[in-house]
Design a protein around this ligand. Structure first.
Ligand code: PMP
Length: 489
């Protein structure tokens, strides 16, 4: 591409990104965030909006109704689509249908947990049988709890013990508490731009590194007194944070998304995880990998297997129940996990959850993990993602003046068009740039949806083992259509 850094090649093995490839990718994303946006002209947009409304009339009416009883008429952060959210009816395989009957190639995959494919009969049949034969829950331990914990442990050697919780947010909260009890230290390092759920302490520097409490309405600033925000991939800043915390209670843990913030939107330097491991060892702190998205998706052994870095604690979320509800877990070293309550001792981390570890979620976890292994789902989803990434970059290459790019971490595909999360706070008009770039990306997203593509926030696509060539071809056609709407030159 003239005047722009080279497009990264498609890869199914993110650990193979070497330092040079990583640097080129980062440079490319930065270039995107500092070069002009390419909006769809207003008159074309107006036409598409009319068409969108006509195609989604029932969703629109349902949204109007929802606004009467649900704030904003929408509860799912990932489906906050413009100009209005769509109401889904059903999903099967890689496809999803809304209540107007429109069909989508779905790349949201419920926000990542679906890798076998939606509504996968061999999994659903087992859960339906369980409910029919045994009932949904008793509030006591069930056999599936142990089967599921043993299955996770088998796949991830760093996970010696497991505690099931009800969401990724809860599991992140639990990880911090357990780390503090174990280390008797107070501070927690969070990497800028990463997401670890919405608990107090962790709604800090979300989406764009350095933004601090920008999105923390309703959270007293005191809640962040022990949260240290470190910019991603800043090796020196990480060391300084550990050193600076020595006189302030020390660092209990570093919590990190191992492929980089927002599941790799802010790509990870190939040596970053290892660097954090070394710092944790040097300063007597714990390394927490948040594998809510990456666990059993980028590799059966999670990102920790891919990068060859062993965390002390691992956080799981939706992925442990393959889309079934009440999904979260904390796993890790036996001695560290012994700091969880469970034996009634007052010096343990207090954790709970009435519906945590219920038979439905734990059976879904056990059977999903078995089925993922039996079907080779991770490899298949990664192969589809590799092809999709290559196909997207080929389409983008037909318009070399546009800085668009796609890259993937196994079955996590990122496509960037305006770089709205790559704006830096020291850029002139950073916030305005972010808003403008996000608006244009949302307009592209509206077109993509109207062409039958459903993605996460207009920048991310999760593949399942059932995404096939037909799905990729439809995706490419939708993008060809979209690119034609953007004026040339
Ligand atoms: N960590 C990461 C990396 C996530 O992506 C998410 C959710 N997308 C969470 C934590 C929070 O999980 P949950 O939505 O289940 O609370």
């Amino acid at each position: 591409m003239s005047g722009t850094p080279d497009a990264p090649s498609a890869s199914t093995s993110p650990n193979l990104l070497d330092v040079r490839e990583y640097e080129r990718l980062v440079e490319r994303l930065r270039h995107m965030a500092t070069s002009p946006v390419h909006p769809i002209p207003e008159e074309t947009l107006a036409r598409i909006k009319d068409d969108y409304l006509a195609k989604h009339r029932k969703s629109y009416d349902f949204w109007e109704r929802a606004k009467g009883c649900i704030p904003g008429g929408v509860e799912h952060n990932l489906s906050l689509e413009k100009p209005f959210p769509l109401t889904m009816d059903r999903a099967k395989g890689y496809k999803m249908w809304d209540i107007d009957g429109n069909e989508y190639v779905d790349y949201l995959m419920c926000g990542a947990p679906i890798i076998l494919g939606h509504h996968y009969d061999p999994l659903d049949d087992r859960i339906i049988d369980l409910i029919r034969e045994k009932g949904p829950c008793t509030g006591c331990t069930s056999e599936y709890e142990v089967l599921a914990a043993e299955e996770i442990r088998k796949l991830m050697p760093a996970v010696e013990m497991v505690r099931f919780l009800q969401s990724g947010t809860e599991a992140c909260m639990a990880a911090l508490r357990v780390a503090r009890v174990f280390t008797r230290k107070a501070k927690v390092i969070k990497i800028g731009g990463s997401y670890h759920g919405w608990s107090d302490q962790l709604v800090y520097s979300l989406h764009i590194p350095g933004t601090g409490p920008l999105e923390a309405a309703g959270i007293p600033l005191e809640c962040f007194a022990n949260t240290i925000d470190v910019p991603p991939n800043d090796f020196d800043a990480a060391r300084k944070a550990f050193e600076g915390a020595k006189d302030q209670g020390g660092v209990a843990a570093v919590i990190v998304e191992p492929v980089g913030g927002e599941s790799g939107t802010h790509p990870v330097h190939p040596e970053w995880n290892r660097h954090l491991r070394q710092l944790c060892d040097e300063f007597g702190s714990l390394l927490i990998f948040d594998e809510v998205v990456t666990g059993f998706r980028v590799h059966l052994g999670g990102a920790q297997a891919l990068f060859g870095v062993k965390p002390d604690l691992t956080v799981f979320g939706k992925i442990v129940a393959h889309g079934y509800p009440s999904a979260g877990a904390l796993g890790g070293r036996k001695d560290v996990m012994a700091a969880c309550s469970g034996t009634g001792s007052f010096d343990k981390a207090y954790l709970g959850g009435t519906l945590a570890a219920n038979p439905i979620s734990t059976a879904a976890c056990y059977h999903a993990l078995r089925l993922i292994q039996e079907t080779g789902a991770v490899e298949k989803a990664a192969a589809a993602a590799g092809k999709l990434t290559a196909a997207l970059n080929e389409v983008f290459a037909t318009r070399p003046e546009l800085p668009f790019t796609a890259y993937n971490y196994g079955p996590i595909v990122h496509y960037e068009t305006t770089g709205f999360l790559h704006v830096r706070l020291d850029d002139p008009d950073a916030l305005m740039q972010h808003m403008l770039r996000r608006k244009v990306a949302q307009e592209y997203q509206m077109v993509a949806i109207s062409q039958g593509l459903f993605t996460l926030a207009g920048t991310r696509m999760y593949t399942c083992m059932q995404h096939d060539q037909a799905a990729i071809d439809r995706t490419v056609r939708a993008w060809e259509y979209l690119l034609d709407l953007i004026p040339k030159g």
